[in-house]
Design a binder for this molecule. Structure first.
Ligand SMILES: NC(=O)c1ccc[n+]([C@@H]2O[C@H](COP(=O)([O-])OP(=O)(O)OC[C@H]3O[C@@H](n4cnc5c(N)ncnc54)[C@H](O)[C@@H]3O)[C@@H](O)[C@H]2O)c1
Ligand SMILES: O=P(O)(O)OC[C@@H](O)[C@@H](O)[C@H](O)[C@H](O)CO
Length: 419
């Protein structure tokens, strides 16, 4: 509550306080200045408790190829667990709030009306509270997850969970903004927490470690207030789609390929996988196919992939392939299958097929070794991986990837890729 007569500082609400949000979205917001943040976890409450205990601040370790820079980020002034709907309703209905950013992972956008299980459903309830409070300033919902058209995906998921009255109110009062986000953010460990604690002078248990590179391209469609993110290097544009496709197909597509092919070749980290000549050559094939689907000048694509290679090679970032391997059934649909489809099918996309093959091989080996696969379709994957007959196993796994590419044709190509 601001003292009588003073204008409250504008507020941003963030849903999903994972490592990436702390390294990217919240760091940009801190640098833009002038805004406070109320942050909610996406699922488990732990990080909200940790942040509350340390006054919302945390250390950002920016790990270059040779040195670390450590910065304190102090932009969060309230943190709550996802299930605290009362806090979410209160803060979204507050006229000081003008922006909601989200990093809830690809699977977090599954439409659903149960607020206990669905972030969009929680947001729908909170938007109803804003309408009932009579707030007129448009609020912007800004998706920062690795999805094509992430704004549209978010809009559909929220609309599906809204009551009729708020659905009628929505267009006049809510902007939904697509963004392309980029900053490789591995999982921080004890070493980084100790480094941040020593440099910043408090016991930091919410440290994040990230690379020096960062990029954020946002659709320029805010009717209400927003932080001056451009002051922190963000780009506002009329066309995010091409940026999204370039990043998802080249960076994330290669990451997904490396996650499975790299681990199958015995590597644990991205830098190790790209140092393996066979894995690297296969990744270049994935790039060649993805590049052919992108309407960008060759020189620009050369520059982009060469910069990516430098980023992937950063040995001090220690980005675990296992982190990237999570949720493969969601990620292949976004990063690899559209390339196969646009190339004209599996027959014209051997590298895309090799990526799918690497996923089927890796989930099978890992599941048979007794591990639960981190994936929203974990049970179906385990059941498929247990099938003894290869054809049935691959068909069952490929069927979990949706219909973007004909599953029968894709499964047949995957099977013959391994023959
Ligand atoms: N880490 C990166 O390098 C990176 C870079 C660009 C974009 N991203 C985006 O950020 C997302 C999160 O990555 P991270 O590194 O912060 O991971 P993380 O594991 O540190 O955090 C994941 C966050 O998502 C929430 N979440 C998970 N499942 C959810 C669900 N079903 N519903 C609602 N919330 C859910 C978690 O509670 C947590 O807040 C990625 O999935 C990706 O879309 C990450
Ligand atoms: O974050 P995810 O789980 O969507 O994907 C794993 C990585 O490909 C991803 O985190 C990249 O590191 C990131 O997208 C780089 O900006």
């Amino acid at each position: 509550m601001s003292p009588a007569g003073t204008v409250p500082r504008p507020r941003l609400v963030h849903l999903g306080i994972g490592a990436f949000a702390r390294a990217h979205t919240l760091a940009y917001t801190a640098r833009a200045g002038g805004w406070d943040v109320t942050a909610f976890t996406g699922r488990t409450p732990t990080i909200a408790q940790t942040l509350t205990a340390q006054g919302g601040r945390y250390g950002l370790v920016v790990r270059g190829p040779e040195t670390d820079e450590v910065e304190e980020i102090a932009v969060i002034d309230e943190a709550f667990p996802a299930e605290d709907l009362r806090a979410l309703r209160r803060v979204i209905a507050d006229p000081a709030t003008a922006v909601v950013t989200l990093t809830i992972t690809e699977k977090g956008y599954a439409a659903g009306s149960d607020p206990a299980a669905s972030a969009p459903a929680r947001l729908a309830l909170a938007l109803r509270a804003r309408r009932e409070a009579g707030v007129e300033e448009p609020i912007a919902l800004v998706s920062c997850d690795n999805l094509v058209g992430n704004g549209e995906v978010l809009r559909r998921a929220v609309l599906a969970a809204l009551d009729a009255g708020t659905r009628d109110w929505f267009d006049a009062h809510v902007d939904v903004v697509s963004t392309m986000v980029d900053r490789i953010t591995p999982v921080a460990g004890e070493e980084e927490m100790a480094l941040a604690s020593t440099r910043l002078g408090f016991h930091d248990r919410a440290t994040v470690v990230t690379e020096p590179f960062h990029e954020w391209v946002l659709e320029d469609s805010f009717r209400g207030r927003r932080p001056a993110w451009e002051a922190a290097g963000a780009q506002l544009t009329g066309d995010v789609a091409l940026h999204e496709r370039r990043k998802l197909r080249l960076l994330n597509g290669a990451h997904t390929f490396l996650a499975y092919a790299g681990q199958l070749a015995g590597h644990e980290r991205v830098d190790q996988a790209v140092a393996d000549p066979a894995v690297r050559a296969a990744m270049e094939e994935v790039w060649a196919e993805a590049r052919a689907t992108l309407d960008l000048p060759e020189a620009e694509l050369d520059e982009y992939t060469s910069a990516l290679l430098t980023r992937f090679r950063n040995p001090r970032l220690a980005d675990a392939l296992l982190r990237i391997a999570a949720d493969g059934s969601e990620k292949l649909r976004v990063r690899i299958l559209p390339v196969i489809a646009e190339r004209g099918g599996p027959g014209r996309s051997p590298a895309g097929v090799a990526a799918v093959r690497a996923w089927t091989d890796w989930v099978t080996a890992r599941s048979r070794a007794g591990h639960r696969i981190a994936d929203p379709r974990a049970e179906e994957i385990a059941a498929a991986a247990a099938l003894a007959e290869d054809g049935a196993r691959v068909r069952a796994l490929v069927a979990l990837l949706g219909e973007e590419t004909d599953p029968e044709a894709l499964a047949a190509a995957v099977l013959s890729a391994g023959a």
